[in-house]
Design a protein around this ligand. Structure first.
Ligand SMILES: O=C(CO)COP(=O)(O)O
Length: 248
C-alpha cells in the first residue's frame, strides 16, 4: 500500500484571531494537491475557529491532549472534548513539550495510547538534540523513544511519526536529505524489527525542522520521507507550496 504524503502545519503558540483567519482563507482559496493529506495544528484557543472555517478535507490537530477522561484536571483538555469539536488529530511528544514542559518518553507514550484508543489520531514526534547527534547517539535516542511508545501502543494505524531533530527546529538549519533519510530509514527498520512488516510499510514518517518551500522538494524525494511537520513556514502563504511540493 502506497503511503499517502502528509503535510502537517504546527502553528505552536503563534497567531491572533485575525492572522489565523488569514491563514484559513489562504488555505481555503488555494489549489492543493489532492494526493496529500493536510493537517493543521493551531493553539487550543483557535481550534474551533479553524475547524469551523477551514475546508473540510483539511483536518485539524491540537498540539497536546491529556490521557484521562473529563474531570478535575485544571488546564488540560480531553480527547472527548477534542472529538466533540471535530478535532480528530493531536500532536504529541513535540520536543518543545519534552524539554520545556518536561514530558517523559513514558508520559508521551501513555498520552498516545489514550488518544489512539479513543479515536484521535496522533502525530508522534521524536528526535535528538545537537549534543546527542554529535555524540553519535541519534539512532539510540530515537530507538529509546520508539521503545517507550511500543510498550504502550498496540494500534499503530492512528499514528504518524514525525522525526524532528531538535537542532533543526526553528534554527534555519535543516537536516541534509542524507541525514534525514538515514534516520527515517532507521525508524522504518526499527518498526520492522520490533513491531511488524505491515506497520513498517504503512506508517508515515514525516521530517520536521526548518522545512520551507525551497528545501521541501529534495527532501520529499527521499524514499522514507513521507511528508513534513512544518513550524514557522506553516504560518506563511508558502505553506501551500510545501503541500504541493511533489507537483513542482
Ligand atoms: O517544530 C517544528 C514542527 O513541529 C519545526 O519547526 P520549524 O519548521 O519552525 O523549524
Amino acid at each position: 500500500m502506497a503511503r499517502k504524503f502528509f503535510v502537517g502545519g504546527n502553528f505552536k503558540m503563534n497567531g491572533s484571531i485575525s492572522s489565523i483567519k488569514e491563514i484559513v482563507s489562504n488555505l481555503n482559496n488555494a489549489t492543493l494537491d489532492p494526493n496529500v493529506e493536510v493537517v493543521v495544528s493551531p493553539s487550543y484557543l483557535h481550534l474551533l475557529l479553524v475547524r469551523e472555517n477551514l475546508r473540510k478535507e483539511i483536518e485539524v490537530a491540537s498540539q497536546n491532549v491529556y490521557d484521562k477522561p473529563n474531570g478535575a484536571f485544571t488546564g488540560e483538555v480531553s480527547v472527548s472534548q477534542l472529538k466533540d469539536s471535530g478535532i480528530n488529530w493531536t500532536i504529541l511528544g513535540h520536543s518543545e513539550r519534552r524539554t520545556i514542559l518536561r514530558e517523559s518518553d513514558e508520559v508521551v507514550a501513555l498520552k498516545t495510547k489514550y488518544a489512539t484508543e479513543n479515536g484521535v489520531s496522533v502525530i508522534w514526534c521524536c528526535g535528538e538534540s545537537l549534543e546527542e547527534r554529535e555524540a553519535g547517539k541519534t539512532i539510540d535516542v530515537v530507538s529509546k523513544q520508539l521503545a517507550a511508545l511500543k510498550a504502550q501502543v498496540s494500534d499503530w494505524s492512528k499514528i504518524v511519526i514525525a522525526y524532528e531533530p531538535i537542532w533543526a527546529i526553528g534554527t534555519g538549519k535543516v537536516a541534509t536529505t542524507e541525514q534525514a533519510q538515514e534516520v527515517h530509514k532507521a525508524i522504518r527498520e526499527w518498526l520492522k524489527a520490533n513491531v511488524s512488516d505491515k506497520v513498517a510499510e504503512e506508517t508515515r514518517i514525516l521530517y520536521g525542522g526548518s522545512v520551507n518551500e525551497k528545501n521541501c522538494g529534495e527532501l520529499s524525494k527521499q524514499p522514507d520521507i513521507d511528508g513534513f511537520l512544518v513550524g514557522g513556514a506553516s504560518l506563511k502563504p508558502a505553506f501551500v507550496d510545501i503541500i504541493n511540493c511533489q507537483k513542482q
